[in-house]
Design a protein around this ligand. Structure first.
Ligand SMILES: [Zn+2]
Length: 91
């Protein structure tokens, strides 16, 4: 049984096989929040944009509006019910 070493080699979210990594990874924290949309400047001068609907749909890959670059946006999945824990009594 040598599964231990295999398990310990899974560092989690940051683990992406380099061969299949299509995009530069950008944290959502690096985006500029414009209210309806969050944008991140591309080196080409245009920008990447993501909105709440995209995040609800778990969209992570976003293409630049000005070139063919694609980035993978890192953020946690939206959990609408998460903060409802403290409001019991509706059941
Ligand atoms: Zn671009």
């Amino acid at each position: 049984m040598r599964y231990d070493s295999e398990l310990s080699s899974l560092p989690g979210l940051s683990s992406r096989p380099s061969q299949s990594r299509p995009a530069h990874v950008v944290s959502l924290e690096d985006f500029e929040d414009l209210g309806q949309v969050l944008v991140y400047g591309c080196r080409c001068g245009e920008h990447y944009a993501i909105n709440e609907a995209d995040m609800d749909n778990d969209v992570h890959l976003v293409a630049c509006s000005g070139c063919s670059e694609v980035i993978w946006i890192g953020y946690k999945a939206q959990s609408p019910d998460y903060e409802d824990e403290a409001t019991p009594g509706e059941a």
